[in-house]
Design a protein around this ligand. Structure first.
Ligand code: NDP
Ligand code: HSE
Length: 433
């Protein structure tokens, strides 16, 4: 270790030593000299908390493994708390207590922030201390800081992108090598991308938490995960992906936060979406994430990189820890800004193009019956295709710009028609080029 007479030591208590926690502790230990040389702060991990201390954990010299999370927060030899355990409780209580004791907190816990962020940001402000969370959104990609700092004067019209690595990994494997959904999910879990309960990934809840946090920062408004319209990828089939490709689209699980300039309402949603094959988002493969930010003067900006995995996420955590440590020693903290309460746009009010697949009886009059449903609901068809599947047929329609409520009415009518055997996935076109 390089001796530096003016070095200011900041002692870290790390809650959690799993995929991200262990990568963080390793990184901070490896980078210690470098951090000291660049920032004048020496970071020391003094305590690491896990649930099960019988598991083997490699800790740096001087760090103690504990199971009492509350004791870690209260400990006199912890100046800054790094929360990498996940979940709502006890993380909420522990972070609140740390902030209450004026100990800065760095967290990667998007589920918690998307539910209790407003209260926690207020608690951090009241305690004049830091609550930093770059790693909570898109792992190793710097996105929160650019939105909060570099783009703070920029009116943002839309932020959208691939914000979940697990589902992008699964969709890539399904579309490129015809992998089975559950095999691809098991591989993502093995690689450490998936949440402890992977339902959060595949049903879109992890992406909803992230887009809620992004929308809050980008539009300065309070958005919670529960306000976000969510559809996951668990019902998508290989056939949906193949058909989309035939029409010139890739299927991606997207988080979208978009300002309606007429009503000033923000629409925040997560669903499988069609992205034109020549759009940069279509080329984002495996567990990579990418987010497009549209600003009035900046134009379109793209943030791309590893959105999941221990090391990339640990890198974002470390950046925040260094900032919070410097702030702590200077007696200052980052400003989170104010969040207003705004009415969000209802999903039923959005407009876009849609792809709808139907399995129908292959006999005279069926096409007429089906297209009649579209006509009655004012939905105009842009393209259609028919394939034979045994005695039945698969009809795929691509609509012109249509209203969500009208399209949902069509789906309800199709489900009640005898000639319609199965109503397939509804896919929304989000990016045409
Ligand atoms: P893991 O499940 O791999 O690790 C969780 C760690 O926290 C384990 O060491 C576990 O201990 C400990 N822990 C959990 N609950 C408690 C408790 N009540 N008391 C004490 N220790 C506890 O999770 P990850 O590292 O994957 O994720 C951590 C956080 O980072 C989550 O909020 C996640 O959403 C977020 N994140 C994860 C990313 C990733 O790619 N994995 C990327 C970005 C963010 P034990 O093993 O003994 O049970
Ligand atoms: N489970 C998350 C993902 C981890 O797959 O993106 C990163 O937040």
């Amino acid at each position: 270790m390089v001796a530096q007479p003016n070095a200011q030591v900041v002692r870290l208590g790390v809650l959690g030593h799993g995929v991200v926690g262990s990568a963080f502790v390793k990184l901070v230990t490896q980078q210690s000299d470098q951090i000291l040389a660049r920032s004048g702060v020496r970071l020391e991990v003094t305590k690491v908390c896990v649930r099960d201390a019988k598991k083997k954990h490699n800790l740096p010299k001087g760090a103690v493994l504990v199971t009492d999370s509350n004791g870690l927060v209260q400990s006199a030899d912890v100046d800054l708390v790094v929360e990498l355990m996940g979940g709502i409780e006890p993380a909420l209580k522990l972070i609140s207590e740390s902030l209450g004791k004026h100990k800065p907190v760095v967290t990667a816990n998007k589920a918690l922030l998307a539910k209790h962020g407003v209260e926690l940001f207020a608690a951090a402000d009241a305690a004049s201390t830091d609550l930093l969370f770059e790693a909570a959104v898109c792992g190793g990609i710097p996105l929160i800081r650019p939105l909060r700092e570099s783009l703070r004067g920029e009116p943002i019209s839309r932020v959208m992108g691939i914000v979940n690595g697990t589902t992008n990994f699964i969709l890539t494997k399904m579309s490129e090598v015809g992998a089975d959904y559950s095999v691809a999910l098991a591989e993502a879990q093995k690689l450490g991308f998936a949440e402890a309960d992977p339902t959060a990934d595949v049903e879109g809840h992890d992406a909803a938490a992230k887009i809620a946090i992004i929308a809050s920062i980008a539009f300065g408004t309070t958005v919670r995960a529960e306000d976000v319209y969510v559809e996951g990828i668990s019902k998508l089939t290989a056939a949906d992906i193949t058909i989309a490709r035939k029409f010139g689209y890739a299927v991606k699980l997207l988080g979208v936060a978009e300002l309606d300039a007429t009503t000033s309402m923000v629409s925040v949603r997560v669903h499988p979406a069609l992205v034109a094959l020549n759009n940069p988002l279509a080329a984002v493969r495996e567990s990579f994430n990418a987010v497009l930010v549209d600003g009035e003067s900046s134009g379109s900006l793209m943030f791309y990189g590893r959105g999941a995995g221990g090391e990339p996420t640990a890198s974002a955590v470390l950046g925040d820890v260094i900032d919070a440590a410097i702030n702590l020693r200077k007696g200052t903290h980052a400003l989170l800004g104010a969040f207003k309460s705004t009415k969000l746009k209802e999903m039923s009010a959005i407009n876009c193009e849609y792809m709808i697949g139907l399995e129908v009886a292959d006999k005279p009059g069926v096409l007429h019956a089906v297209t009649g449903v579209f006509a009655r609901n004012g939905v105009s068809i842009r393209a259609a295709e028919q394939d034979g599947i045994g005695e039945d047929a698969r009809l795929v329609f691509l609509t012109h710009d249509a209203n969500e409520a009208a399209v949902q009415n069509c789906l309800r009518e199709f489900k009640s028609q005898d000639v319609v055997k199965h109503v397939g996935a509804l896919l929304r076109v989000v990016a045409n080029s």
